[in-house]
Every structure is written in structure tokens, then in C-alpha cells.
Write a protein that binds this ligand. Structure first.
Ligand SMILES: Cc1cc2nc3c(=O)[nH]c(=O)nc-3n(C[C@H](O)[C@H](O)[C@H](O)COP(=O)(O)OP(=O)(O)OC[C@H]3O[C@@H](n4cnc5c(N)ncnc54)[C@H](O)[C@@H]3O)c2cc1C
Length: 419
């Protein structure tokens, strides 16, 4: 029994790992010249590992920890909802915890606490919903800068019901974030250990009329009993892979209900600390709204800050182009740290929306399409579906969600779905 796994991001590596553990033959076909996909630890930019894609382990009880512990990786903990610095609309600058205590406008924007409030309607977007339940324009701007920016799109595009479901399921309040000091690549390299991975192998056609025959851009053909598709929703929606026969209706319905948010990063290296080194993150008033530092709690002299932005912020930056976008980011940072002379040693952006093998940062569910992810996940043997876009609602757009979907697809192949 051979399974062909398309894509060697976390979902593909997880499928490959779990199938191999069960004694199956697996070949992974990866378009890029590297594994990891949207987890990409860069080791050239600076003297410390800089995460160009996923950066943090979100939560203390998720599967990634099994690997962190097994591999003995060092992590740093940061409670973003308490410890990040935030610039309030009136100009005050304080920690998130202080802001909640002193500013009622800011406090209510903890939109994740939505219990005991009217349920969203199925067609409602997050912005409309929050307005309906009484959020003021000021509060909506806070939500856009923090929660919605992290979710990868503007509030008027996000599915309110999807977010209410997720937020209610995280009632236990585990909003902790952890960075792997050794780099996220320590994790994905371990996952890939011993797997048969063919890099620079761009899949262009999949014939699944009987078994599976996969064709690649450089003219290779691979055959297998089945395949796990882990490419992004963006790649699928762009029809970058031709399926024969045509995918069933349920997959078209799924893809009509999910889109990719434009999520980007800009990374800056500075000669000296730009703030007290205990400050690890900033929610800025201007764009880009979110900043954090991979240098936090490191001993090295290297100082790196990363800007994270999505939705309209990202569209505006894409319009400006890399050089002007980096300058705009610098101006925002100058304002936040109160240093008009601040200048950087080097900087670059990481452009996931225009990356041909990603075509966006991560997926979000459109209003009215709450079941789209389940539809994408449904097995259509001999094709099995994994990847961040097919994750359960409470594990969307995260590394552990992608890992889960790979494990799920492996189990669907091995024993009909029992995890
Ligand atoms: C900027 C950014 C920040 C993020 N931050 C975090 C974070 O802090 N914490 C967190 O948990 N998650 C974060 N995420 C989300 C996380 O990175 C993803 O959920 C996860 O990595 C998705 O894994 P995947 O395997 O589903 O997809 P991918 O990693 O995209 O893997 C799909 C693979 O398929 C390959 N591929 C595409 N087309 C083809 C083709 N035609 N032929 C062969 N191969 C192909 C791609 O090259 C890729 O390697 C972030 C994402 C981004 C973009």
C-alpha cells in the first residue's frame, strides 16, 4: 500500500509520520526546495532563528508539546493578552492587563468573552455582529487591531458564528503563547526524519479514477493506492492542480465557503535594543498593528522585531511595495517607542499572499459557510484531505490543527477514521 502525500508542510509531515509509524509506504511530494510550508525558520536573516511563518505555540495543552518534550526543546512563555504593550486610542501606552483595568472601552474589546450575549446569525460577519451587540466604533477598531488582525482578515469578512464557536470553546482562557527558542524547524525536521520526501516537485495533475496517478511539472509520474492532499485552500481555489475526474460537488461547496486571508510579516534587525528588553510585544495604534520580538529572553546581542499584519493592513502594504511598506512599518515603530531617529540595520517582508505555493497566509470561513471546513475534510477515497483549511473550527490556522488533520487522514487510511 503506497500513499502519496501532496505537500510537506506540517499536515503532510504529520500524515507521512503517522502512516510510516503504521508500517505504510509513503512518498511526499513538495513543490518548494524546503519542507515546513508555512512554518519556515529562517537562519540567514540574523544570528538568531527568525520565524518567517508560524512563530508561536498557541496554548499549553496541545499536541506540539509532545514533540517539544520528546526533543527537549527550550521554549519561552509569553501571555499576550496580559503582557503585550498596547497604545490606546487616547495615546496612553500600557500593558494589556493594565489597559483592561483602566479603560472600559478597551476592556470590552476582549471579544473572546462573548458568552451570555446574543448568538451571531448564520450569515453575519464579525463586524456587523459586534456592532449589533453594542460595540462602539472605538471598540471595533481595537478588535480589528488585535483579534481580527490575528485571525487573518478584516472583520467584515470573517464569519461571526465561526468565531463565537471558537471563542466559547476556549472558555478556560488558555491564551498563552510559547516560542521555541531553538526554532520551529527543530520540530518539523524531527517530524520529517526518515520520510521519503521529494523536494522541488510541483504536482500539476492528479488522476484518482481508480488508484492515484500524480503528474508533476517536471514530467514525473507517481502512482499510489491513495493520496493525502494537504495543499492550501489558496492553491486548490486557484486550480493549480487538475483533478481527473473533476472533484465532487462537496469540495466545490467547501472551497466556495473558505478563503485565504492575506497574512504577512516584516522582519527588522536593529543594532541596539529599541525598548527595555523585557518588552516582548506591542499592539500599535497605526499599521502594522502587531509587533513582537524573537529576541525576547535571549542572551545574544541580536535584536529583531517582527511586524504581523493581515486583511486591509496587508492589502495596503502590498499596494506600497516592499521598500515603502518597510518604511511605513519603521515609522509606526518610531512612534510607538518614541524615537524618531530609530533606524534599522536590515529588514525584509515575507509575502505569503503572493507566494505561489501558499496563495495567502491562512484560511478563514466566509459568513454563511460554517460547515465548509467539514466538507473540505470529508474523505473521497482514494483521496484524503488534510491541511490547516480542513481543521476543526477550534484548530484552524494553527500548527497543531494542521498536525491533527495529517494524523486524521492517516487514520482514515489505516483504519477507517478511528483516532
Ligand atoms: C505569517 C504566518 C504566521 C503564522 N503564525 C502562526 C503561529 O504563530 N502559530 C501557529 O500555530 N500557526 C501559525 N500560522 C499558521 C500555520 O503556519 C499553518 O496553520 C500551518 O503551518 C499549515 O500547515 P499545512 O501543512 O496545512 O499547510 P502548508 O504549510 O502550507 O503546507 C502545504 C505544502 O504544500 C506545498 N505545495 C503547494 N502546492 C503544491 C504543489 N502543487 N505540489 C506539491 N506541493 C505543493 C507547499 O509548498 C507547502 O509546503 C501562521 C501562518 C502564517 C502564514
Amino acid at each position: 500500500m503506497t500513499t502519496i502525500v501532496i505537500g510537506a508542510g506540517i499536515a503532510g509531515l504529520s500524515a507521512g509520520y503517522h502512516l510510516t509509524q503504521a508500517g505504510r509506504e509513503v512518498i511526499l511530494l513538495e513543490a518548494r526546495d524546503r519542507i515546513g510550508g508555512r512554518v519556515w525558520t529562517n537562519r540567514d536573516f540574523a544570528d538568531i532563528p527568525v520565524e518567517f511563518g508560524a512563530e508561536l505555540i498557541h496554548g499549553a495543552k496541545i499536541s506540539t508539546w509532545e514533540w517539544v518534550e520528546k526533543l527537549g526543546l527550550k521554549t519561552v512563555h509569553w501571555q499576550k493578552t496580559d503582557d503585550s504593550m498596547v497604545r490606546l486610542e487616547d495615546g496612553r501606552w500600557m500593558t494589556m492587563r493594565e489597559a483592561r483595568e483602566t479603560s472600559p472601552e478597551f476592556d470590552i474589546t476582549r471579544s473572546w468573552i462573548l458568552q451570555d450575549i446574543d448568538e451571531p446569525m448564520s450569515e453575519e460577519d464579525l463586524g456587523t455582529y459586534l456592532k449589533r451587540i453594542g460595540f462602539t466604533d472605538e471598540q471595533l477598531r481595537y478588535v480589528q487591531r488585535s483579534y481580527a488582525n490575528a485571525e487573518g482578515e478584516a472583520m467584515d469578512k470573517l464569519n461571526a458564528a465561526a468565531h463565537a464557536t471558537v471563542l466559547q470553546s476556549s472558555e478556560d482562557g488558555d491564551f498563552s503563547d510559547h516560542r521555541i527558542l531553538d526554532g520551529y524547524d527543530s520540530y518539523y525536521n524531527a517530524l520529517a526524519d526518515g520520510l521519503d520526501i521529494r523536494l522541488n516537485t510541483v504536482v500539476t495533475e492528479i488522476d484518482w479514477s481508480d488508484d492515484v496517478t500524480v503528474k508533476t511539472a517536471d514530467g514525473q509520474t507517481f502512482t499510489g493506492d491513495n493520496a493525502v492532499i494537504t495543499v492550501t485552500v489558496g492553491v486548490l481555489k486557484a486550480n493549480a492542480i487538475q483533478f481527473t475526474p473533476e472533484l465532487p460537488q462537496v469540495k466545490h461547496e467547501a472551497l466556495a465557503g473558505i478563503d485565504m486571508g492575506p497574512v504577512m510579516k516584516m522582519v527588522y534587525e536593529f543594532e541596539e535594543p529599541i525598548l527595555d528588553r523585557s518588552i516582548g510585544a506591542i499592539y500599535a495604534k497605526d499599521s502594522p498593528p502587531m509587533w513582537w520580538s524573537p529576541s525576547l529572553r535571549r542572551d545574544e546581542d541580536t535584536i529583531v522585531w517582527t511586524a504581523f499584519f493581515s486583511g486591509n493592513y496587508a492589502r495596503e502594504m502590498l499596494e506600497l511595495g516592499e521598500e515603502k511598506a518597510l518604511q511605513k512599518g519603521l515609522e509606526t515603530l518610531r512612534e510607538e517607542v518614541g524615537n524618531p531617529e530609530l533606524t534599522y540595520k536590515q529588514a525584509r517582508w515575507v509575502n505569503w499572499p503572493q507566494d505561489e505555493f501558499s496563495r495567502g497566509g491562512y484560511s478563514y470561513c466566509l459568513p454563511g459557510h460554517l460547515d465548509a471546513r467539514d466538507k473540505l475534510a470529508q474523505p473521497t477515497p482514494p483521496l484524503y484531505w488534510a491541511g490547516e483549511g480542513a481543521a476543526p473550527l477550534d484548530q484552524v490556522a494553527v500548527v497543531h490543527g494542521a498536525y491533527f488533520t495529517g494524523q486524521r487522514a492517516a487514520n482514515e487510511i489505516i483504519n477507517g477514521g478511528e483516532l
